[in-house]
Design a protein around this ligand. Structure first.
Ligand SMILES: Cc1cc2nc3c(=O)[nH]c(=O)nc-3n(C[C@H](O)[C@H](O)[C@H](O)COP(=O)(O)OP(=O)(O)OC[C@H]3O[C@@H](n4cnc5c(N)ncnc54)[C@H](O)[C@@H]3O)c2cc1C
Ligand code: FES
Ligand code: FES
Length: 502
């Protein structure tokens, strides 16, 4: 594989398929500024900034190197914290951290600095100023145990006060990396060099994918690796051959057709977030509650659905819209399965051994109906749902004609509350008795589990309350939703936070 690490062009064809970028930097290159905290994508100490060429533009995004296979970064520009002050001057993100007293023990600091540097670099080309929401979003995957977040947020906000440094050939300063012609040229030269590895295959179109699948029937599929690589780092499972589907052009389609929205399996959360911002704000709001910015930059919709976790956030959304899943067989044939038929038991799906998910089709008519997604978790940022409800109500002349109530975290698979749905169908939207009946029906059909995230009682009570919330919102009541980025300063400073974020 060939890639740029800071200002060095490197070729290395010796790596096992599951060798992480974190291990590569620390063990093979001695770049120990990148830290290992959790090795599970949760703490952000291992954050790297990675530049990729897209449509001729060099853009940078953050990722968790502890769960990223090094070989997935072929053809990319990898920026570690050592690079930021290479010229002897601190990067504005570092300078701001110093001035705002944003570091104490320093273990988390390289990760925070790279998250802030990524924000700084990307905002240089954008009209929008760096505001509090953008800073919180950028550091949503970084944990600090000693400093506290206020000085770090202050650092992020003060970055904009620094004047921009002018582009000049003599100062290949990282601040200007997205405009650095030499990095761009070197990356362009790498694009013509296909990734040629026997243990990590990275097809870029369906033909190459079909060939890779046929020649390696025992290989494991990987997209962003944000679920799969935890098996390696937490359960010590070694992978032999991996087929990376994240660069297959046809699996990255995201478009609105005549009747449906098609979402390719390899579309990342960040991509869908950008796409849905104005078109589907409720979908966008849910996406912003998934994991952290680092994970959303890598994690895909296909990986979330295929992984079949009962607490995954996308399956309830897709259930609410009755989405169809397009499955692709190794021989190139396809079949459609409705999401309601996809899950067959705990972590069991309809996927045959020689099949994969190609895309999801969501009806535009259904997307136009009333819908809401409520995620309840202990923490606002970077936390898994205790309960997740996705609702869709079709209303005709004040009567509910079609109802979907889809839950995550309430059973061994993502499920619909079928009895509850039937109870509401045909009722007037403002029928209070119907609301009480639907809650009774729900209590009789769901038997959630207790675990460290929530007790069975909490989950059931919360599911019922979320249905009340949806019903109130359908009837025009504005139920306050506690949004993480709107958290007030007083909450941050006292550390007291509402226990429910929905
Ligand atoms: C810190 C952290 C926080 C997280 N928070 C959330 C959260 O809030 N909500 C949530 O829902 N999830 C969360 N996740 C889980 C994870 O990020 C998502 O499930 C993500 O969408 C997985 O996608 P991926 O591309 O990384 O999948 P991968 O890890 O690459 O793959 C997951 C599984 O799917 C298979 N696979 C991948 N693509 C395909 C395909 N096209 N067809 C068939 N099989 C395929 C792989 O073989 C593997 O078995 C979190 C994970 C971490 C580490
Ligand atoms: S080491 Fe904690 S996110 Fe990577
Ligand atoms: S400064 Fe010590 S963990 Fe953040």
């Amino acid at each position: 594989m060939k890639f740029m690490l800071n200002d060095e062009l490197i070729e290395d064809n010796t790596l096992p398929s599951d060798f992480t970028a974190l291990r590569y930097l620390r063990e093979k290159r001695g770049l120990t500024g990148t830290k290992e905290g959790c090795a599970s994508g949760d703490c952000g100490a291992c954050t790297l900034l990675v530049g990729a060429l897209e449509d001729g533009e060099l853009t940078y995004s953050t990722l968790n190197s502890c769960i990223t296979p090094m070989q997935s970064l072929t053809g990319k520009h990898i920026v570690s914290v050592e690079y930021l002050s290479k010229t002897g001057e601190l990067h504005p993100a570092q300078q701001a951290m110093v001035e705002s007293h944003g570091s104490q023990c320093g273990f988390c600091t390289p990760g925070f600095v790279l998250s802030l540097a990524g924000l700084y670099e990307n905002k240089q080309s954008s009209e929008q100023p760096i505001d509090r929401e953008a800073v919180c979003d950028a550091i949503s995957g970084n944990l600090c145990r000693c400093t506290g977040y206020r000085p770090i947020i202050d650092a992020g906000l003060s970055m904009v006060k620094e004047p921009m440094v002018e582009v000049s050939n003599e100062t290949p300063y990282v601040e200007l990396m997205s405009k650095n012609a030499s990095i761009k040229t070197q990356l362009e030269s790498l694009q013509t060099d296909p990734h040629d590895s026997s243990n990590y295959l990275q097809p870029t179109d369906l033909d190459q994918l079909a060939h890779a699948l046929k020649s390696n029937p025992e290989a494991v599929l990987i997209a962003g690796g944000t679920d799969l690589m935890l098996e390696n780092t937490q359960r010590y499972r070694d992978f032999d051959t991996l087929i990376d589907v994240s660069c297959v052009t046809e699996l990255k389609h995201l478009h609105i057709g005549e009747a449906s929205l098609t979402i390719g399996a390899s579309v990342t959360y960040s991509e869908l977030e950008d796409f849905s911002k104005t078109l589907y704000p409720h979908m966008n709001a849910l996406l912003s509650r998934i994991a952290s910015r680092q994970i959303r930059n890598r994690g895909t919709i296909g990986g979330n659905v295929a992984n079949a976790s009962p607490i995954a956030d996308l399956p309830p959304l897709l259930l609410a819209f009755d989405a169809d899943i397009q499955l692709l067989k190794n021989d190139g044939s396809t079949r459609a399965v409705n999401i309601a038929d996809f899950y067959q038991g705990y972590k069991q799906t309809q996927l045959a051994k020689d099949e994969m998910i190609a895309s999801f089709d969501v009806s535009l008519d259904k997307l136009a109906q009333f819908h809401r997604f409520y995620k309840v978790s202990k923490r606002m940022e970077d936390d898994i749902s205790s309960v997740m409800l996705a609702v869709r109500f079709e209303v005709d002349n004040g009567t509910l004609t079609d109802v979907r109530l889809a839950f995550g975290g309430m059973a061994a698979t993502p499920i619909r509350g079928l009895k509850a749905e039937a109870t509401l169908t045909g009722k007037l939207i403002n029928d209070k008795q119907a609301l009480n009946q639907v809650i009774e029906a729900l209590r009789s059909e769901l038997t959630p589990m207790s675990d460290m995230r929530a007790s069975a009682k909490y989950r059931l009570d919360m599911a019922c309350n979320l249905i009340r919330k949806a019903w109130l919102e359908l009837n025009g009541t504005n139920v306050v939703t506690f949004s993480g980025h709107a958290v007030t300063d007083s909450i941050l400073s006292t550390g007291s936070e509402a226990s429910t974020h929905a």
